[in-house]
Design a binder for this molecule. Sequence first.
Ligand code: ZN
Length: 489
Amino acid sequence: MSAYAELMAFQRQTEALAQIAGRLGWDQETMMPAGAAEQRAEEIAALETVLHARRSDPRLAGWIEDAVALDEVSHANLRLIRRQHDRAVRVPAHLAAEIARVTSLAQGIWAGARRSEDVAAFLPILSDVVRLRREEGQALARGGDPYDALLAGYEPGTTTGQLQAMFGALRPRLVALRAAVLEAPEPAPLRGTFPEAGQIALATEIARAFGYDLNRGRIDKAVHPFSSGSGNDVRITTRTDPADPFNCLYSTIHEVGHAAYEQGVAGVHLLTPVGQGASMGVHESQSRILENQIGRSRAFTGWIFGRMRSLFGDFGIDSAEAFHRAVNRVARGYIRTEADEVQYNLHVLLRFDLEQALMRGDLTTGDLEAAWNDRFRSDFGYAVDRPSNGVLQDVHWAVGLFGYFPTYTLGNVHAGCLHAAMRHDLPDLDADLARGDPSRAMQWLRARVHQHGSLRLPRATIAHATGHDPDEGPLLDYLEAKFTDLYAL
Ligand code: ZN
């Protein structure tokens, strides 16, 4: 057996075990009886111990050294395994264990601090998380920039400098667009109540229309929508709010975007490193292009309007045009996860700049809240009213996810690039969308992005699909054209 074959056989079992760990997590959020929580924590910890031992197995280094890549796919698999192994061995075991311990503690403290609006209660443990993750970044970077090294954990091959240039160009035009839109009259909201059964039925109908294969997936309810798994078992969750059907519909479309990506990877890559999405930023582009560029388009919302009228009767909106405006309503708000297309990226840019400053030691946790509130007022035009609407709103920093936030906006930037290329190739797509049929858009994504999995680095994945390196131009052009038209600016 060649070193490459031995390595891949070993890796395949690791991938299979990782899928099982993911499914335990899925079960915990959907089906698990409440009384099983403690036992489940022990089961997951046991599996994580096995996974950690396999990922740092002493035989790996030799196999990686001796393995010969004979084609593009084996070359990519080796690159991915080597990268994971390099990152695992650079971080000392005691540091990895300390990060796991402190971040699990920090989540509980963050939740309590958020409930009682008490920033000071969160700061000491946040300082520990920042210090430990900085140490980890330094160990990974070996003399390079620690933030770059942490970012590479989510977005390999993309540098902080590239993101700074991209985001620097986004910010002034988004601030200007946000200010102009919020001065215009607000569109009418939906009225009435929307029974759960109808919401789930329509969400399922839309998921199928987007090509989500329920023979290899399923939709369940959970507190927070998410997608889980890869290959032939990719599950999503959704939630319903009787007063707000868009919550269910658009979070379902979002998760279907993630799931369709994983289901669309070519079957030959099953349970290999190539057999999964290329990065967080590429993944998010697949969810956002479905949710926003397609799902919130005039053509597709026209079809949803008709389906909602027949399911729910009169809900206070009498035309497809008014419904399109309601779906795309821009309103003042503080919370990133509830933000519309215009304001969402401003929330992310704020976190990106602050977390870099924290990681580099240019900002102390003691000054974090003031820095957050100053930046918010400057970009959004009004003041944060309480910490749970400001610095305490997201769990990410408590979990130690430094370098993760920018992948949300990168996903939107990538979605902008993909959407421009798709519309160029499919000029009459709106006629399909107006009939509730996005299948040609999905075929385009499957051929250009999905089937290739992690064959290429993230930026090269987008460049391969669109013919050029990703940049922020198409996203900005799309947002300005859409909201100038919608708000008659
Ligand atoms: Zn997502």
